[in-house]
Design a protein around this ligand. Structure first.
Ligand code: ADP
Length: 450
């Protein structure tokens, strides 16, 4: 049983989790940093517990304070949302040791997927296709040079411990490799405290297509189809849609089955996402697994009609998966855009300050807004500047696109820089309308989008 759920997060995802918990009759406990005292998630929860600092390390990342808050509030379960401690195996263990239920996978599964090199070795064993590359323990420049020669340039260096698009370096030619390794190591060490690298063939303008999976405690595992997240800026997602335009059912099934194989190989439980790169020939390659709820989960909810947070909570309570693979719907089309406080005129620098104007329209049919802010809020430089997500769905991609445009036009942001205008141009770009997507889309069309 879960009777009282503490949400170890803030912003839109905290509000999103509260909504489902409330609908299931579960009481909610918010936590808040010193600058979030009056934040929306605090007001929407049934109870709220103060954390003692503003910085993430003194608040939403502080395990001791979070566990104390859970104990003091009488919570019996913790939902970590995404980001912060959601993929931290030490937190998963600490929650279990405190006798609480974590809404997430076992620590061992988080650990297995937390290191990109180790995860790739595991996936190769499970028969999941990988991008040709090198993820060995011999970290000498010579080992990387041999691998790069074998694979062929361009290649991509990644931090084994990496995430968030940080620490990746494209290497075009053999004579650039040594210098690139040195600089990638420095960056990886600074960002993740770990300088191990791996190398992959750099695919030319692939698509990013990911599979949502769910597994229960009884060994059942299903996939809830795919999301196309190819529209990225600097390897960070900006817009996501489902299903992936043009993806044929046999390929969807092959990717879904590979994802389920991957999840089974590590004894996965709960919600997870397998990220793949898809090339123009229809070959797909495992990139990484995210062992948590994704930012873009609403597009999957829209095409399936399911509530993914509800599924997470039911699985955490020990219930079996609510549906079998054959019963999982796929209907219509859905698109989400991420509305950020950031300045497109200055290289999308995160913006902070007062959100002087913020108006959300009443959503019409096939429209949804997941946000965590209100007019007058102070947007803090300490946290991710995501204001919210606008989601639309409809019978087909074009109806969905029109509904999302309408929703975005009726959403007003002022007094702070935002990417609203950028998103409006993106949704109206002829190449986007035509559905021709790959990870180079924004770079290629930058002149018209900025
Ligand atoms: P992170 O964990 O830092 O977000 P990922 O490994 O998930 O990094 O990759 C993020 C993005 O970088 C992908 O969605 C894709 O656009 C690009 N990318 C990653 N690996 C490759 C590759 N081998 N070839 C081309 N693009 C890649």
């Amino acid at each position: 049983m879960i009777q009282r759920l503490l949400i170890a997060n803030r912003g839109e995802i905290a509000c999103r989790i509260i909504r489902t918990a409330r609908a299931m009759g579960i009481a909610t406990v918010a936590v808040y940093s010193t600058v979030d005292r009056r934040a929306r998630h605090v007001q929407e929860a049934d109870m709220a517990m103060a954390l003692s600092g503003a910085r993430p390390s003194e608040s939403y990342l502080d395990m001791t304070q979070l566990l104390d808050a859970a104990r003091a509030s009488g919570a019996d379960a913790i939902h970590p949302g995404y980001g912060f401690l959601s993929e931290n195996p030490a937190f998963a263990r600490a929650v279990a040791e405190a006798g609480l239920t974590l809404i997430g996978p076992p620590a061992s599964a988080i650990e297995a997927m937390g290191d990109k090199a180790a995860a790739k070795a595991l996936m190769a064993q499970a028969g999941v296709p990988l991008v040709p590359g090198y993820h060995g323990t011999d970290q000498s420049p010579a080992a990387f040079a041999r691998a790069a020669e074998q694979i062929g340039f361009p290649v991509l260096l990644k931090a084994s411990a990496g995430g968030g698009g940080k620490g990746m370096k494209i290497v075009e030619r053999a004579d650039e490799l040594t210098a690139a390794i040195e600089s990638a190591r420095r960056e990886a060490l600074a960002a993740f405290g770990d300088d191990r690298l791996l190398l992959e063939k750099y695919l030319i303008r692939p698509r990013h297509v990911e599979i949502q999976i769910f597994a229960d405690h009884r060994g059942n595992c299903v996939y809830l189809h795919e999301r196309d997240c190819s529209i990225q800026r600097r390897h960070q997602k900006v817009l996501e849609e489902a299903p992936a335009p043009g993806l044929e059912p046999p390929l969807r099934q092959a990717m879904g089955q590979a994802a389920v194989r991957a999840a089974r190989a590590i004894g996965y439980v709960g919600a997870g996402t397998l990220e793949f790169l898809l090339d123009a020939r229809g070959d797909f390659y495992f990139m990484e697994m995210n062992t948590r709820l994704q930012v873009e989960h609403p597009v999957t909810e829209a095409i399936t009609g399911l509530d993914l947070v509800e599924w997470q909570l039911r699985i955490a309570r020990g219930e079996p998966l609510p549906l079998t693979q054959q019963q999982i719907p796929l209907q219509g089309h859905a698109i989400e855009v991420r509305l950020y406080a950031e300045d497109p005129d200055h290289d999308f620098l995160p913006a902070s300050g007062q959100l002087q104007l913020y108006r959300e329209p009443l959503p019409g049919p096939g429209q949804r807004i997941d946000s965590g802010v209100r007019e007058g809020d102070e947007i803090s430089p300490w946290y991710d500047p995501l204001l919210g997500k606008l989601i639309a769905w409809g019978n087909d991609r074009e109806q969905t696109r029109q509904r999302l445009l309408d929703l975005l036009r009726r959403t007003l942001v002022g007094g702070i820089h935002s990417n609203r205008g950028f998103l409006l141009r993106l949704l109206q770009h002829p190449a986007f309308t035509a559905g021709s997507l790959d990870t180079g889309f924004i770079a290629q069309h930058a002149a018209e989008l900025l």
